[in-house]
Design a protein around this ligand. Structure first.
Ligand code: NDP
Length: 295
């Protein structure tokens, strides 16, 4: 079986091109504020990618870089200022936050109408109710990628491995919703799932979002399944000049010829996450302005 590579970059480019065309008639540039606390190296890289995306699309953007010893109250004060800033449509608090900060309180302080990450309980609740406002960027990007490659989820048995609030849980809810991009029968797996291979048996769609390098291979994943690899893990590789390389949560090499389709790492889900962040920011501006030109 030939394994189709589901690349994210061309889909990301198409999303940005569509947004750029629509924004020509927009009342103003959408504004995104990123709050980056501490020195986590992966977070620094992600934030740079987000800034580049904003620049490419002509979005107004500000990154607030705060030291690792920032207190919860200081972070809350900044979020309150951003909530009140009319030039800011979307607020993103880059996770993970340094130890000692109250992540729940800080995320819940973001105005739900500016919560472009979709992590606020108000937005997660809307998702559960089947009427999402902001859909978290990675799950939204995965569904957009599948739609682009004409992979239907209707009637499919799907397994989501990982139950984080950022990826696995919202994704399994979305796959369950009625209508396009949903209508799947979903099994949600996690570290307490006793027999993962058994849970994945018969699944036509497997989404790996565990943060464990190359954990799932052909022994676990059914032949002919569509595999979405969300994982981004840096592992040592002496053959590289940098001494490291990025791998996903599935053993991509072993799955070639076994899976029907696979998202590469890097270059699969990652670019989609950023495209959806930009899209959510544009949607936020459209709602704030009562503008209907995005559709
Ligand atoms: P978390 O660490 O928050 O969650 C991991 C989940 O995987 C947990 O639910 C955990 O179970 C489950 N898990 C861990 N080990 C196993 C195992 N051996 N078997 C079954 N389940 C397991 O991670 P995130 O959801 O934030 O991220 C997951 C991965 O996706 C990471 O590699 C991250 O870097 C990447 N990522 C990529 C993005 C992108 O844009 N491409 C965006 C966001 C994340 P339990 O709940 O029981 O602990």
């Amino acid at each position: 079986m030939e394994t189709r590579l589901l690349k994210g970059k061309p889909v990301r480019d198409a999303v940005l091109a569509h947004l750029a065309t629509r924004l020509k008639d927009a009342p103003r540039a959408p504004g995104l504020a990123v709050v980056l606390i501490g020195e986590d190296p992966a977070s620094q890289v992600y934030v740079r990618h987000k800034e580049k995306g904003c620049e490419e699309l002509g979005l107004h953007h500000v990154t607030h870089r705060l030291p690792a010893d920032t207190t919860t109250d200081q972070a809350l004060e900044l979020v309150a200022d951003l909530n009140a800033d009319p030039a800011i449509d979307g607020i993103l608090v880059q996770l993970p936050l340094p130890a000692g900060l109250d992540e729940d309180r800080i995320l819940q302080a973001v105005d739900p109408r500016k919560d472009v990450d979709g992590f606020h309980p108000d937005n997660l609740g809307r998702l559960v109710a089947g009427a999402p406002r902001f859909v978290p960027c990675t799950p939204k990007g995965i569904l957009r990628l599948l739609r682009h490659y004409e992979i239907s989820t209707r009637g499919v048995r799907a397994a989501v491995v990982g139950r984080s609030v950022i990826v696995g849980r919202p994704l399994s809810l979305l796959l369950n919703l009625k209508g396009e991009g949903g209508d799947a029968t979903v099994t949600m797996c996690h570290s307490r799932t006793p027999d993962l291979a058994e849970a994945l048996r018969g699944c036509g769609l497997v989404i790996a979002a565990m943060g464990v390098p190359r954990a799932l291979g052909p022994d676990m994943i059914p032949a002919g399944a569509v595999v979405v690899d969300v994982g981004i893990n840096r592992i040592e590789d002496a053959s590289r000049k940098s001494g490291t390389r990025l791998v996903g949560d599935v053993d991509a090499e072993a799955l070639m010829g076994h899976a029907a389709a696979l998202t590469p790492v890097p270059g699969g889900v990652g670019p989609m996450t950023i495209a959806m962040l930009l899209e959510n920011t544009c949607e936020a501006m459209a709602r704030h302005e009562g503008w209907h030109g995005l559709a």
